[in-house]
Design a protein around this ligand. Sequence first.
Ligand SMILES: NC(=O)c1ccc[n+]([C@@H]2O[C@H](COP(=O)([O-])OP(=O)(O)OC[C@H]3O[C@@H](n4cnc5c(N)ncnc54)[C@H](O)[C@@H]3O)[C@@H](O)[C@H]2O)c1
Length: 282
Amino acid sequence: MQNLQGKVAAITGGGSGLGREFALCCAARGMKLVLGDVDEAGMQETLRLVEAAHPGTPAATMRLDVSKLEQVQAFADLCKSEFGAAHLIFNNAGVSVGGPAWENTVADWEWVMGVNLYGVVWGVKVFTPMLIEQGEGHIINTASAAGWLNGPSMAIYNVTKHSVVALSETLALDLRDVGANVGVTCLCPAFFPTGISDSQRNRPADKADTIAPSEIMLKRAEMTKAAVQKGKIQAKDIAEQTLKAVEDNQFYVFPHRKIKQLIGLRAQAADAETTVFDSLNP
Ligand SMILES: NC(=O)c1ccc[n+]([C@@H]2O[C@H](COP(=O)([O-])OP(=O)(O)OC[C@H]3O[C@@H](n4cnc5c(N)ncnc54)[C@H](O)[C@@H]3O)[C@@H](O)[C@H]2O)c1
């Protein structure tokens, strides 16, 4: 979509990090905003920043748990009732939990799969027919470099992000095959500073962890936190790059250049049928 002025952006995870920056980038283009997040205070802060930077931006918010299909449906209904449509759909909410694969609990799997995978699945399921029917729109799925490269101690996160890449590619092919005027962008950043390594702050009580984290789990969590904080590219720049990709109808977005090289090396390792590819020590 090229002219975004007056169009509607639906953004999940709009109360923090990348979702907040998507909101600011969309407002800068004269778009209307519909934010969904479990963090209501975070969304109010996003609205405050949007109002300060782009006064008068029309906006609505909804307390939304993306893992629940009926809530994602209500989110789409809100877009229609407030602004009559939704044009850019940012399936962006995400959480992270670390630890060796065998130590992750059932609650860990259900929580992270629910937000990172089913959140995107429901977003695609609910919004795609709406975009096809209105004859225009673009779906932006926030995957990750972890959708291509598997670092240790991130089994659940890696599984969900590989799934988001798979879903996004298949969705784009399916839309092409029916000739729909609906674009798809799959965003695959490496680490950048946001609240992601403090995801537990919004973990629901019914998915609370049941065991104390092991030493290795705590060590890995510290390493991930440091990697996120040290990320050299800022959420603001990733959001802007993504909006440009939408305007150019570009599918893949890799803000960190090194990731594409590593994906090539992983493909070589697979071709050689060698030992597991280690992206931290390629
Ligand atoms: N920060 C990174 O290093 C990094 C790297 C690659 C990909 N990503 C992805 O970027 C996306 C945005 O994350 P971020 O880095 O801005 O983190 P963040 O923690 O700053 O923001 C995530 C937002 O999602 C919200 N959220 C959590 N559970 C939710 C639920 N059930 N329903 C609705 N909203 C929910 C949180 O409240 C928060 O506002 C995620 O999909 C994440 O996996 C982040």
